[in-house]
Design a protein. Structure first.
Ligand code: IPM
Ligand code: MG
Length: 350
């Protein structure tokens, strides 16, 4: 099995160092390679991801990235920004279903900004469409009008097949969970939202009537996530709403430093795994970033792309144990360093 690591920028390389240590210690039977990504790639090659790195990703079974971007590259021409490298990678790998779990670890319910009873035991899975919608829709651009005014355009667009393939992932996941899917859109305002609702309804009726389907407007979903997050099991939504709702759900759990994600394409195709936290330039280089989101992303990769379920269970257990033993990085109110957190996980692995 081939695993490509893309450490990227900011705290990316720091958390990825712990991933490498865990892979070595667990003696995982993986062919691990690495490539530059994001700002690091811009500095070396002038582009956020090279064609060779994309080819390497496509030839791998799983790609694990750290984080991209930072103020250093804020002035770079838009089409060459670090974020564009990430969008290109998602598009080329055709990873249309982005799984973003929001799980509140027992040991950490106190760390949430919400009351403990609202979040304790929280277990939500957000399924975000990742290769379509307004992120990629055409036309797009900024144009100058004859009047001298400027006009910015983005296009929100979805087709039946794009909706069905991501909805199928959500329904199938729900079957292994609490069998409940909330599909979030703005069908009250948007045509693409109305199509989304109709197509999800049709697919549900045809193939997944054993799962309960609820439709919810995306703004209401944002409110319900704060009010009573435990009412949700799987939330299915588009690229833009998924971007927003997944950040909100992440914060419910106490720290974005704990959340992994997986982006999946057609069965058998390589998955793209990344911690939900960004490059966190404010703490980059200080050795205090939480490596657990990256390690949990490795857990997801082992489970979903690399066929190593046993190793995944073992690592997940070691991470939970590390938290139970009281190890806390700064994002969780403690002062344990990135490397010491890695040490604690290695210790828990035995
Ligand atoms: C995310 C990020 C990205 C997105 C950015 C960095 C392009 O916010 O993965 O949620 O908007 O998808
Ligand atoms: Mg985001």
């Amino acid at each position: 099995m081939k695993l490509l690591l893309l450490p990227g920028d900011g705290i990316g390389p720091e958390v990825m160092a712990e991933v490498r240590r865990v892979i070595a210690t667990m003696r995982l039977d993986l062919e691990v390679s690495e490539a530059l990504f994001g700002g690091a790639s811009i500095d070396a090659h002038g582009v956020p991801i090279t064609d060779e790195a994309v080819a390497k990703a496509l030839a791998s079974n799983a790609v694990l990235m750290g984080a991209v971007g930072g103020p250093t590259w804020a002035g770079v021409e838009r089409s060459k920004r670090p974020e564009m490298g990430l969008l290109r990678l998602r598009k080329e790998m055709q990873v249309f279903a982005n799984l973003r779990p929001a799980l509140c670890f027992e040991a950490l319910a106190e760390a949430s900004p919400l009351k403990k009873e609202i979040v304790a035991g929280l277990d939500i899975m957000i399924v975000r469409e990742l290769t379509g919608g307004v992120y990629f829709g055409e036309p797009r651009g900024i144009e100058k009008l004859p009047s001298g005014e400027r006009r910015g355009v983005d296009t929100q667009v979805y087709t039946t097949s794009e909706i069905h393939r991501v909805a199928r992932v959500a329904f199938e996941l729900a079957r292994g969970r609490r069998k409940l899917v909330h599909s979030a859109e703005k069908s009250n305002v948007m045509e693409s939202g109305l199509l989304w609702r109709e197509e999800v309804t049709a697919l549900h009726k045809a193939e997944f009537s054993d799962v309960k389907l609820e439709h919810i407007l995306a703004d209401n979903a944002a409110m319900q996530l704060i009010k009573d997050p435990k009412q949700f099991d799987v939330i299915l939504t588009d690229n833009l709403f998924g971007d927003i709702l997944s950040d909100e759900a992440a914060m419910l759990t106490g720290s974005i430093g704990l959340l992994p994600s997986a982006a999946l394409g057609a069965p058998g195709k390589a998955g793209l795994y990344e911690p939900v936290h960004g490059s966190a330039p404010d703490i980059a280089g200080m050795g205090i970033a939480n490596p657990l989101a990256a390690l949990l992303s490795l857990v997801m990769a082992l489970r979903l792309s690399l066929g190593m379920t046993e190793a995944a269970d073992k690592l997940a257990h070691a991470i939970a144990m590390t938290l139970e033993r009281g190890y806390r990085t700064r994002d969780l109110g403690g002062s344990v360093s990135t490397a010491a957190m890695g040490d604690a996980v290695l210790m828990a692995l035995g």
